[in-house]
Design a protein around this ligand. Structure first.
Ligand code: VGL
Ligand code: ZN
Length: 209
């Protein structure tokens, strides 16, 4: 079990759990192979961050029933994560803290919205503005899917000037074409993103930024 002192408070870190929803897990309508196997690892990260007093964000794919994101309306994907449906619920074994900040994305019927960065919350503040306001500097990403939402979120975060670490033991990809997930990690790396895992936390994360 990882201990509290392993994430330095001065790292201004936050955890972003991406789209750990029933439809993306085995049995769901857009299942990512092995998606449920990362739930226990994500729970460890959640515990680590929340025990250290660091914010935990969770994005969810949150589509209207009719959107150009779905193949029946000209898009790429089968119906998934429709607002309020059971498939849009978080994985039942995912343990999010009581003060988790949930960010819904994909609400716009004309956009894919793989990344939460341009999405506004109920107060009209974008996710990006909220992160900045909270003083977050370093985002740690885990969840689904490596080659879509994790990739886009990581690249947008880097573009916006955040330090980004992808937790490679807690992501899974769709891999519509073999190697997509690996290429996504390489693209994140080229853009300045770092890779980490539970093992690297035990050794202590790099504490510079
Ligand atoms: C996602 C495909 C379609 C994702 C969302 O969360 O990565 N992938 N919608
Ligand atoms: Zn979607």
């Amino acid at each position: 079990m990882v201990s509290k002192k392993e994430i330095p408070a001065h790292d201004h870190a936050a955890l972003l759990v991406v789209d750990m929803q029933i439809d993306f897990c085995p049995g769901g309508s857009l299942a990512v192979t092995g998606a449920d196997s990362i739930v226990p690892t994500i729970n460890k990260y959640v515990e680590l961050f929340s025990r250290s007093g660091l914010p935990v964000y969770a994005t969810r794919d949150w589509h209207p029933a009719e959107t150009t994101h779905f193949s029946q309306f000209g898009g790429q994907w089968p119906l998934h994560c429709v607002q309020g449906s059971r498939g849009a619920d978080f994985h039942p074994n995912l343990r999010l803290p009581r003060d988790v900040i949930i960010v819904s994305k994909g609400n716009n019927p004309q956009r894919d919205d793989y990344s939460p960065f341009q999405v506004s919350d109920a107060d009209g503040m974008t996710f990006l503005e909220r992160l900045r306001k909270t003083g977050v500097i370093h985002l740690y990403l885990c969840g689904l899917a490596t080659d879509y939402c994790v990739k886009c979120s990581a690249l947008d975060a880097l573009q916006a000037g955040f330090r980004v670490t992808v937790l490679t033991d807690a992501v899974k990809g769709v891999d519509l074409t073999q190697g997509d997930s690996q290429r996504a990690l390489e693209a994140i790396n080229r853009a300045g993103g770092e890779m980490g895992d539970l093992e690297s936390f035990r050794k202590g994360p790099a504490d510079t930024h």
